[in-house]
Write a protein that binds this ligand. Structure first.
Ligand SMILES: Cc1ncc(COP(=O)(O)O)c(C=O)c1O
Length: 369
C-alpha cells in the first residue's frame, strides 16, 4: 500500500474544483505572444553579459564559508549606491530574501503589521519569525495606524508591504506608511519585486517615485532585471545582521560570481533605460484605455500589470485556453494565489511589444467581451 496515497486523492479533489495546475506539455509556437511574464522591460531573452569577463564557475559554498567573491561585493556596492542605502545584500531569490529578512529580524516579542495581500514569501517569513502578526486589510493605512497604537509595548514593530501588488496592479500609499512608521517608531519594509525597473527615477521603484526611504527595501532580480536573485537594501547594521542570522542566506550556496557579475551589468542597463520605461508606459496607456472603453473588466490597476477580473476559476481557464488558441499566452490566476471567487487573467505588458502585437492582443481580448 502506498503510504502517500492521500496525495493522489488530493490531486483529484483539486482537479474536480478546477484548481489543478499542470506543466505545459504542448510544443510552444515560436510566435506565441507571452502576456503574463514579469519580464516588464523585455530583457529576459537577452544573453547575460557579465561585467567582469573573468567571473565564472559556481560559488562552491555559502558566502560565510568560501562562496564570497569580488563580484558579489561589487554588485552589492552598486545596488546600495543605486538604492541610496548604506548597504545591500544579495540573496538567491526574492522568496529567500523575504523569508530570511522577516524571520531573522523579528522574534516572539515583536509585532509585524502585514498587508492582507502581501506575497506568500512575506507571509512565510512572518510565520517563521514567531512574532505576533497583525494582518491588516489591503492598503488600509488607518488599520496600520490602529495596529501601531495597539501594540506600543512590543520590543519592535515592522510594517511590511509589497510596493506593487502583482495580482492587482496597484500600489500602497508608501508616503503615509513612512509617516506612520516614523511617528510610531516602527520599521518599514517594502518589497519592490514588481516595481523595480518599472517605476521611479532610474527604475528604482515606487518608494523612489514617492521620495520615500523604507528601512528595508527588497528588490528581485528575476522580474524586470530578467535574470535571477534578489537584494536587500538597508543599513550597514541590518545587512550585517542578515549575514549572520538570515537562515536562507547563511545556510544556502551563494549565487555564482558569474551571475553576480551579469547582474551588475544588467542593473546598470536597467537604471539607464528610460526609453524602455517610456515605451512601456505608452503602450500600457493605449492598451488600458482602449479596453476600458470597450467595457473590459480591467479597472483599478496602474502600470504593466492588468488583471482581467473573471471570478469563476473554470471560466478563467476557458478564457485562457481561447486566448492560447489565438496565439496569446495569458495565464489564468486562481485560488490559492487569489481569494476564492476572484479568479482572473493576469495580463502583463512588456516594453518590447510592437504596435502590431499590441493591436493583435487587444483584438483577441476584445473577443472575450
Ligand atoms: C512581491 C514578491 N516578492 C517576492 C517574490 C519572489 O521572488 P522570486 O521569484 O525571486 O523568488 C515575488 C515573486 O513572485 C513577488 O511577487
Amino acid at each position: 500500500m502506498d503510504p502517500l496515497r492521500f496525495v493522489a486523492s488530493q490531486l483529484d479533489e483539486l482537479s474536480a474544483r478546477g484548481l489543478l495546475r499542470m506543466p505545459r506539455t504542448e510544443p510552444e509556437s515560436p510566435d506565441r505572444l507571452v502576456l503574463c511574464s514579469n519580464d516588464y522591460l523585455g530583457y529576459a531573452q537577452d544573453p547575460p553579459m557579465p561585467a567582469d569577463r573573468t567571473a565564472c564557475g559556481g560559488s562552491g559554498a555559502s558566502r560565510l564559508i568560501s562562496g564570497d567573491s569580488p563580484s558579489h561585493r561589487q554588485l552589492e556596492a552598486q545596488v546600495a549606491e543605486w538604492m541610496h542605502t548604506e548597504a545591500a545584500l544579495l540573496f538567491s531569490s526574492g522568496y529567500a530574501a523575504n523569508v530570511g529578512v522577516v524571520s531573522s529580524l523579528m522574534g516572539k516579542d515583536d509585532v509585524i503589521i502585514s498587508d492582507a495581500l502581501n506575497h506568500a514569501s512575506i507571509i512565510d517569513g512572518c510565520r517563521l519569525s514567531r512574532a505576533q502578526v497583525k494582518v491588516v486589510p489591503h492598503r488600509d493605512t488607518d488599520a496600520v495606524e490602529d495596529a501601531l497604537l495597539q501594540h506600543q509595548g512590543a520590543r519592535a514593530r515592522l510594517v511590511v508591504t509589497d510596493a506593487y501588488f502583482s495580482m492587482d496592479g496597484h500600489c500602497p500609499d508608501v508616503t503615509r506608511l513612512r509617516e506612520l512608521c516614523s511617528r510610531h517608531d516602527a520599521a518599514l519594509m517594502v518589497d519592490e519585486a514588481h516595481a523595480l525597473g518599472v517605476f521611479g527615477p532610474q527604475g528604482r521603484g515606487v518608494c523612489a517615485r514617492q521620495n520615500v526611504s523604507p528601512d528595508i527595501l527588497i528588490g528581485t532580480l528575476g522580474k524586470a532585471v530578467g535574470l535571477q536573485g534578489a537584494f536587500v537594501a538597508a543599513s550597514q547594521s541590518v545587512c550585517h545582521w542578515l549575514w549572520n542570522r538570515a537562515r536562507s542566506f547563511v545556510f544556502s550556496t551563494a549565487p555564482s560570481p558569474w551571475l553576480a557579475s551579469a547582474l551588475s551589468a544588467r542593473i546598470a542597463r536597467l537604471a539607464a533605460d528610460d526609453a524602455a520605461r517610456t515605451r512601456l508606459s505608452t503602450i500600457t496607456e493605449r492598451f488600458r484605455t482602449t479596453l476600458l472603453q470597450r467595457g473590459a473588466p480591467i479597472g483599478g490597476s496602474e502600470g504593466p500589470i492588468i488583471p482581467w477580473h473573471v471570478g469563476d476559476s473554470e471560466k478563467a481557464v476557458r478564457f485562457s485556453r481561447e486566448l492560447s488558441d489565438a496565439g496569446l499566452f495569458v495565464q489564468a490566476i486562481r485560488p490559492p494565489t487569489v481569494a476564492p471567487g476572484t479568479s482572473r487573467l493576469r495580463i502583463t505588458l512588456h516594453a518590447r511589444l510592437s504596435d502590431a502585437e499590441l493591436d493583435h492582443a487587444i483584438a483577441c481580448l476584445s473577443r472575450l467581451l
